[in-house]
Ligand binder design. Structure first.
Ligand code: CUA
Length: 216
């Protein structure tokens, strides 16, 4: 199965899981808020640098030593904003790590330098993960040697895979297709080659594939 290739600087990432849109909304909101604050602070610095430069004849008398109202505002507004962001991100976080009760399991073992995958029927594969469309899937993952990280950008999925411990997360694919899978934790010489593909197929085809059929 070919890995989809992106040409040059293509910053768009396909979105192929139910969690993608809510995560993008949070990410772009944070980006927009940071950009606004950055522009406001930078513009103020430039403005005051010019206005109160040494040779300027600006009025420097009557500088306030305190301004309770202003201080209250600049403490309260960011505090509330950060609480809001915390609750928003926290709700998303708990959603990512709370698989629905009807999720099917797929077992993943990371090792230098490959992803070994086993499905509930016993069918195994390496560096390729077949998943059904529109069905919640729980990934139960562990490592055979060092720390790896299982990352599927199209699903907005990333989770460290640790030796001696299980980690789990879940997703529900929303688009048929083949999506790149990466190891996103430096794990040795061939870390950069520890990649593969996630293949989203219709649910019936996944059942046939589980039973041993090969897909077209
Ligand atoms: Cu496994 Cu990097």
């Amino acid at each position: 199965m070919d890995t989809p290739v992106t040409n040059g600087f293509d910053f768009s990432v396909p979105a192929a899981a139910t969690i993608a849109a809510p995560i993008d909304a949070l990410f772009y909101s944070l980006l927009a808020a940071s950009t606004l604050v950055c522009i406001a602070v930078s513009a103020s610095i430039v403005y005051f640098c010019i206005k109160y430069r040494r040779t300027a004849s600006a009025d420097r008398s009557g500088a306030p030593s305190e301004n309770r109202r202003l201080e209250t505002v600049w403490i309260t507004v960011p505090l509330l904003a950060f609480f809001g962001i915390f609750c928003w991100a926290g709700a998303l976080y708990s959603r990512i790590f709370t698989p629905p009760s009807d999720a099917i399991d797929i077992f993943i073992v990371g090792k230098q330098w490959m992803w070994k995958v086993q499905h509930t029927s016993g069918r195994q594969e390496i560096d390729e993960v077949h998943v059904p469309l529109g069905v919640p899937v729980r990934l139960v993952m562990t490592s055979q040697d060092v720390i790896h990280s299982f990352s599927v950008p199209a699903f907005r999925l990333k989770q460290d895979v640790l030796p001696g411990r299980y980690t789990a997360l879940w997703f529900q694919a929303t688009k048929i297709g083949v999506y790149p899978l990466y190891c996103s934790e430096y794990c040795g010489t061939d870390h950069s080659r520890m990649h593969g593909t996630v293949v989203v197929v219709p649910s019936e085809q996944y059942q046939q594939w589980l039973a041993g059929a090969n897909l077209p």
